[in-house]
Write a protein that binds this ligand. Structure first.
Ligand SMILES: [Fe+2]
Length: 397
């Protein structure tokens, strides 16, 4: 496996990690994944929080990773990180790699290190955490093969992977100028169990087994979105995420919901213990379940896609996941549901596009790796529609 396609051992954990006591309690929680170094989106999110609080509600922000990416300039790098670190935050793969940036050494030095380790019969290993929400355990040796740490699946082109590795290297150069920020990133946990009302919510970056896992990507979920899989180049060799696997995750984690990000396309899907999804050909057929009992004990996986970048065709806004004890549907909600006495919604983040475009182009002009990979999406959105993100059955009257 090459850099950018690997899942480092220290990224991994087990779903039982969420069984521990909740470390955060919230009335209304914004789960903000994939800010991708967009200060204008951050400004809008802070305004959204202030607007809700003017109406008498308390809003807690939890950035669930990859809040860095396009912010290669010193001002944006410092501004994004100092602001995010004032709130609750988790590492994404980008922060996990940045947190090692001070320890990364040149390939020549790595070779010397490996030789010395062999000579001294070192037995150093990484650690897999199973029951803690603490910071990522670090190997004292650097991990030169992780690249951007994205763990890209095989249907993502090698060009995208190579460009992401270059972006990560550029960001690491900037990070080395801010060692206190790097230390702050290193101290962040990878997962968090949040109590909202009486419910426990598992907040993570990738999936319940890895910080950079893709099991909670919309393209992996069953029932399959065949149009999406075709457009992405999904092959039959890829692993589906079955309903029974997700239900097993819920049981082992003892949570009502998983709120995630990382895979860059948003969706929300509910799950019921009595439903056999293998009998259904497409997501659309989910909308025709006749038995109200199947709506009892629903649980949900909700992925916000990207807070700092467009998520739907023909749009430019970011998305965050709002989870609240207050039952009222927010006016701005693109899609949402009431479940277990909580309200779950996808809220748009309408940031200043002119300012963001100028800022992006200053850092990543035409011909640069980030421009090649992302500028089209930033301006026009991906080939994905909001209807594809709503993967649940309306609750019957
Ligand atoms: Fe990620």
């Amino acid at each position: 496996m090459s850099a950018g396609r690997t899942c480092p051992l220290h990224y991994r954990y087990q779903p039982e990690i969420f069984r521990s006591k909740a470390t955060l309690h919230a009335e209304t929680l914004y789960v903000i994944g994939g800010l991708y170094g967009n200060p204008d989106a951050l400004e809008t999110i802070l305004n959204m929080k202030a607007e809700e609080e003017r109406r008498g509600q308390t809003v807690t922000l939890l950035f669930n990773g990859d809040f860095n990416w396009f912010n290669r300039d010193a001002e944006s790098f410092e501004q994004i990180n100092r602001s995010v670190l004032q709130h609750f935050a988790l590492q994404g793969n980008v922060e996990a790699e940045l947190s090692q940036s001070l320890e990364k050494v040149s390939p020549t030095e790595i070779n010397k290190t490996e030789i010395n380790k062999t000579e001294t019969n070192s037995t150093e290993t990484n650690i897999i955490e199973t029951n803690s929400t603490g910071p990522v355990p670090q190997s004292s040796a650097s991990n030169p093969d992780a690249g951007c740490g994205c763990n890209y699946p095989s249907y993502v082109s090698q060009g995208v992977v190579d460009r992401s590795n270059t972006i990560a290297q550029e960001l690491e150069k900037q990070a080395r100028a801010f060692p206190d920020i790097v230390e702050g990133l290193k101290a962040l946990p990878r997962t968090m169990t949040v109590e909202i009302g009486t419910q426990r919510i598992g907040v993570l970056h990738g999936d319940p087994e890895s910080m950079a896992g893709w099991k909670f990507s919309v393209e992996a979920m069953e029932p399959p979105d065949r149009d999406l899989r075709t457009s992405l180049g999904w092959s039959k060799d890829e692993e589906n995420t079955t309903e029974s696997q997700v239900w097993d995750y819920f049981q082992r984690a003892n949570v009502t919901a998983f709120a995630c990000t990382h895979t860059c396309l948003p969706f929300a899907q509910d799950f019921r213990p009595s439903v056999d999804f293998s009998q259904h050909e497409s997501a659309n057929q989910l909308r025709d379940f006749p038995n109200p009992k199947q709506f009892e004990d629903r649980r949900i996986v909700i992925n916000n896609g990207s807070a700092g970048m467009a998520n739907f065709q023909g749009t430019t806004f970011g998305l965050l996941t709002r989870i609240s004890v207050h039952p009222k549907r927010p006016e701005a909600s693109l899609y949402g549901t009431s479940l277990a006495n909580l309200r779950f919604d996808a809220l748009p983040i309408h940031f200043d596009m002119t300012r963001w475009t100028n800022r992006f182009l200053n850092n990543w002009p035409e011909g640069s790796p980030a421009h090649t990979s992302y500028f089209g999406r930033i301006q026009n959105g991906p080939n994905f529609w909001v209807e594809q993100a709503r993967r649940w059955q309306p609750v019957p009257a």
